[in-house]
Design a protein around this ligand. Structure first.
Ligand code: DGY
Length: 334
C-alpha cells in the first residue's frame, strides 16, 4: 500500500532526524525553504497531502482546505493555533495538533527579556551607541525604570505565564495575575496574587498579556485598559498581536498614557514598514521570536512529527486541539 504523503512547506531544524522519523510511515514532501512557497507550489503540494506540518505563518482556512482533498491531519509547529480555522477542520473531519510545553521556558525567557528591555531601554540605548550619538557620560542619560522590586501584572496565567512569574520571582517582583481559573499552587509557591483585571492594570509597573488569540480574547486590551494603567507603566506582549487593539495602544503611547511597550507580536505580521511603532523609541519591536532558539525549534518540529505519526498510524495524538473529530471518527483515521 502506498504510504500517505506528509507535506512540509517550510524549512525545519534538525531536518534529517525529523524526516527519518516521518519516512518510516510516510512519503515526505519536504521543501527546504525559509520563505513562504508561492501559492501555486503550496497548493500543488497540498493537493497530494494526507498530513500537513506547518508553522503559524500558514493560515489554514476553508478556501485552503478546498484544495486539500486527501488531508487527514494538520500538525502545527506552534503552541498557538489561531492560524487554523478549527471549525472548518472539525467540520471536514481533519485532526489538528499543536506543540505546547517544549517552548514554555524559551518563550518565557523572551517575554521577560521584553520587561527588561523596555524598562531599562536596552534597544534604544544600543541604537544610540551604534548611531554614534554617545559623546559622554551624562547623569540623566537613558534613565529607565527598575525591574527588580517592581509590580508585574500577568493577564492570562497558563504554562508560559507561570514560567514568567518564576523569572519575576528571581527579580523580587510583586506579582499580580488574572486568569480564568485560580492557580493556587503558584499562589502558595511563588506568592502571586489573583486580582481583578482592573486592579491589576491600575497597580502594575509592567502589564504583560499572555493569552491565546480566540474570539473571546480578540482586542481584549483596548482603550479602557490602557486608560487604567499607570503613566509610567510598560505594556508587554509576546502572545498574539490580535489580543490588543493596536490603534488604542498607539494612541495610549502618543498621548503618554503609558511609558512604553515591549512587543514580539503584532496585529499584522510582518509589521508594515511605515507602522507608527517603528518611530517610537519607547517601543521595543521584535519579529515574533518567542520560541526562536535552535534547541526549542528542533523540539517543536519533533513534537509536531510525533503528533503527525500518531494520527497517520491511527493513534490519538497527545496534543490534539479538536478532539471532537476523534470522537466522530471513533479512533480510526481513514
Ligand atoms: C507559538 O508557538 O505559538 C509561537 O508564537 C510561534 O508561532
Amino acid at each position: 500500500m502506498a504510504k500517505p504523503v506528509v507535506f512540509i512547506p517550510s524549512k525545519i531544524p534538525e531536518e534529517e532526524k525529523v524526516l527519518r522519523f516521518l519516512e518510516a510511515f510516510a512519503e515526505v514532501d519536504y521543501r527546504d525553504e525559509e520563505e513562504m512557497l508561492d501559492e501555486d507550489v503550496f497548493y500543488d503540494g497540498l493537493s497530494r497531502a494526507s498530513g500537513l506540518m506547518i508553522y503559524s505563518r500558514n493560515k489554514i482556512r476553508g478556501h485552503v482546505l478546498d484544495r486539500a482533498p486527501l488531508l487527514k491531519a494538520v500538525s502545527n509547529i506552534a503552541v498557538g493555533y489561531d492560524n487554523l480555522d478549527l471549525n472548518e477542520l472539525t467540520r471536514r473531519g481533519i485532526l489538528a495538533t499543536n506543540t505546547p510545553d517544549v517552548l514554555t521556558e524559551t518563550t518565557a525567557d523572551l517575554a521577560f527579556s521584553l520587561v527588561l528591555a523596555s524598562g531599562r531601554r536596552i534597544a534604544e540605548a544600543d541604537a544610540f551607541v551604534k548611531s554614534g550619538g554617545w559623546d559622554g557620560w551624562l547623569p540623566s542619560l537613558m534613565l529607565g525604570k527598575d525591574v527588580h522590586g517592581a509590580t508585574l501584572g500577568i493577564i492570562g496565567y497558563g504554562r508560559i505565564g507561570s514560567a514568567i512569574a518564576r523569572r519575576a520571582r528571581g527579580f523580587n517582583m510583586d506579582i499580580l495575575y488574572n486568569n480564568l481559573v485560580r492557580e493556587e499552587k503558584d499562589e502558595q509557591e511563588l506568592g502571586i496574587r489573583f486580582v481583578p483585571v482592573e486592579e491589576l492594570l491600575q497597580n502594575s509597573d509592567y502589564v504583560l498579556v499572555q493569552v491565546p488569540l480566540t474570539p473571546q480574547t480578540e482586542k481584549m486590551i483596548s482603550e479602557k485598559q490602557f486608560g487604567l494603567m499607570k503613566k509610567d507603566a510598560y505594556f508587554i506582549n509576546a502572545s498574539r498581536g490580535g489580543v490588543v487593539d493596536e490603534a488604542a495602544l498607539i494612541r495610549a503611547l502618543q498621548e503618554k498614557q503609558i511609558a512604553g511597550a515591549g512587543l514580539d507580536v503584532f496585529e499584522h505580521e510582518p509589521i508594515d514598514k511605515t507602522h507608527p511603532f517603528l518611530s517610537m523609541p519607547n517601543v521595543v519591536t521584535l519579529p515574533h521570536i518567542g520560541s526562536a532558539t535552535w534547541q526549542t525549534r528542533a523540539k517543536m518540529a519533533m513534537k509536531a512529527a510525533e503528533n503527525m505519526a500518531a494520527i497517520l498510524q491511527g493513534r490519538r495524538p497527545v496534543n490534539l486541539v479538536n478532539p471532537d473529530v476523534w470522537t466522530v471518527k471513533d479512533g480510526t483515521v481513514q
